[in-house]
Design a protein around this ligand. Sequence first.
Ligand code: FES
Ligand code: FES
Length: 905
Amino acid sequence: MISRTVQINGSPKTLIAPADTPLATILRDQLGLTGTKVGCNQGQCGACSVILNGKVVRSCITKLSRIDDGAQITTIEGIGTPDHLHPLQLAWIAHGGAQCGFCTPGFIVSAKALLDENPDPTRDEIRDWFQKHRNACRCTGYKQLADAVTDAAKVMRGEMSADELVFKVPADNRIWGTKYPRPSAVAKVTGTLDYGADLGLKMPADTLYLALVQATVSHAKIRGIDSSEAEKMPGVFKVITHRDVPGKNRISGLITFPTNKGDGWDRPILCDEKVFQYGDAIAIVCGDSEANARAAAAKVKLDLEELPAYMSAPAAMAEDAMEIHPGTPNLYYTQKIAKGPDTKPIFEGADLVVEDDFYVGRQPHMPIEPDVGFAYKNEAGQLVIHSKSIGLHLHAAMIAPGIGIDLENLVMVQNPAGGTFGYKFSPTMEALLGVACLATGRPVFLRYDYQQQMAYTGKRSPFFMNMRFAADRDGKLLAMETDYAVDHGPYSEFGDLLTLRGTQFMGAGYDIAAIRGEGRTVCTNHAWGAAFRGYGSPQAEFASEVLMDELAQKLAIDPLELRYKNVYRPGSTTPTGQDPEVYSLPEMIDILRPKYQAAKEKAKAASNDQVKKGVGVSIGVYGCGLDGPDSSEAWVGLNPDDTVTVYSCWEDHGQGADAGALGTAFEALRVTGLPPDRVRLVMNDTSKAPASGPAGGSRSQVMTGQAIKNAAEALVSAMKKPDGTYRTYAEMEAEKIPVRYTGKWTAPATNCDENSQGSPFSVYMYGVFMAEVAVEVATGKTAVEKMTLVADVGKINNRLVVDGQLYGGMAQGIGLALTEDYEDLKKHSTLAGAGFPYIKQIPDDMELIYVETPRKDGPFGAGGTGELPLTSPHAAVINAITNACGARVTRLPALPEKVLAAMPK
Ligand code: FES
Ligand code: FES
């Protein structure tokens, strides 16, 4: 133990801890300064940044021994408070810099040190600073953060008033379509929002801390589990194995289609007979501290018989491959598509045929906050599980039989989430928490370190694709054939649905009269397939968008004009045979065309023997909703103090569910004259709010938005008096008029049939992407210099939220194109190792252009947003690389060596 006397945020403090204790641990665990967040815990994300003697340090890797007596430490708590926001905090709010908000305290602290040193930094200096200090953000695309620092600096130099950064409600009381700050913004920028790990530190004293015993092989038979030594370790309360699970010990994959050869009960909560993937949980050690539990977990002995590991779809489909789940073939689901006439004669008679193979890999989600949760029994005896779940009611149904609990005794709550991007569409640790709480009768807490986050949460499912286009010599697409395999890892959850997304979105955006194809879902031993932004479209549309460029090249037609010729117009149908609900793509291309021409000329002029510059485009399309008649429910009630409460389970990845729910409700409520800050939100707790459905597939703004709108309109109509004014709560009570209303909505859509034909979504999102890149000829290293997106996501509810989604999604697209992967279980187990894009990899120049075509089936005309920016930006980047230097990379990511190898000599 050593001690140090320091100044923290201006107050003297004595720190006492073992010499190697990280400062982050002392700040958070001992001093309760939980505004400092811990993400990677290995110096790679900057979430834990504090200022030590005027310098930014990452407190997770700064040991107490390195801090001298008298040191000055500033944490986020010392920069501003909710009542006294620092200009940086005001600017972060004004620019929507805090999406999930988990990186925010670290960025603001880092920016404070920058401005202390350099009060007038250029944008490049701001970007260099965040790069140097490893400040990583997965949500925003970084642009808003540089905007925020620039404005804060102006305020601090006296060139701008702080008041200019404060949102003013317009005179017409309308916040729809504005940059109204999200309700959670103040808490996020001040570090006062408690995420799961922060709440974990505030749990009751009898809480048990959990550590997992996990597989370090990818496929094995379990011959024995010996926990005797672990049980004797200090602080251990209990070691839990599958024998302690009272239920089915399986998480249901909720099979969507009857032709699926599996039954969906393939994912163990705690492995019993077999290990199916690296990281699988085999036992849980419950101890009095995380350190003791982890130390004991290392003592559990596993007797495993290793089996051949099938780490890709082709390997698992090989004839001699054993069944990973005995009794279910590795190829367990097939999805066909048959639209229009037979394609065979069309291909035989076509002027032109192009064909290629494509691969989009196992992109990791890489939220800055690793997975975390806790569970306890409430006073009613119900099991309450808090996690990052973005499908609360869905997850309850998936885990209850496995845990062995009735649904009415299970409450699911979402903690503020430091980013999910879809990985939390799957239950991760919920069932483990439930089992441990029931087995011990105590509150339990579990958090993953970053290696566990990478190894034991789902990933994007790789698609191995072959695609062919038949076209006439004018470039009109006549037919498409597709053949693909989906590596969905060992667990079937939503794998059939994902495979259907392939047929729904290969060739999306184009009028193709004849389509034939087949996709297969394959069980492998690599990481299980989870939802990830775009869900199937980044794979499907990568193939069709790169093949479009190959066709353009063969025809010697400009790639944008080839697209213009083929995009949806009245009379066109989607790959599923549906009439698009709007036809905005031609208009969107018309808007982009002059920018595209200028970009091409600029690229040509700027290219030389060392650096080649190029421009690429792509079309992105995605549906809003789960397939078919997706539905949602919300409640709206008038309170005794005449505030209004909106109740929904519109879960938040960090995208802005609070702003979405508030903006939608308020657009209906504003006629009553209520100010927006009188609307309260009760969200994401199954005991307090209705089943609004999971926050996936860009469905929430449409489905839950419609439900909220219906409920709010019902309340407004009940409040309206004959003279046109509105009743107060007291008046409603006096007249015995109900004060709470339920809103429901069901999409007018139909499920696809076995040939993928149907009208699965009533609202779609459309985008035209343009990437401008520079390729270093000697190395193949690619830099994206600008991204442009012309987007039609319907009418915009909250501009800050939608901008944030689009910037952040494109940044993830650049990562998918160039660096991100989770293939190598060791190399890719950290943020940096898996190719996480820091600020200098993402261009500062990102342009958004909106075409707001109102959607008939969207609340106040709004569509969804979140998936669109990751439908096909990576295809635009790849097409731009080809345009720059002739290298065509069809297997992602386009690492420099691949680009170099593909470059014509
Ligand atoms: S750098 Fe400290 S938590 Fe990531
Ligand atoms: S807002 Fe930066 S990681 Fe979410």
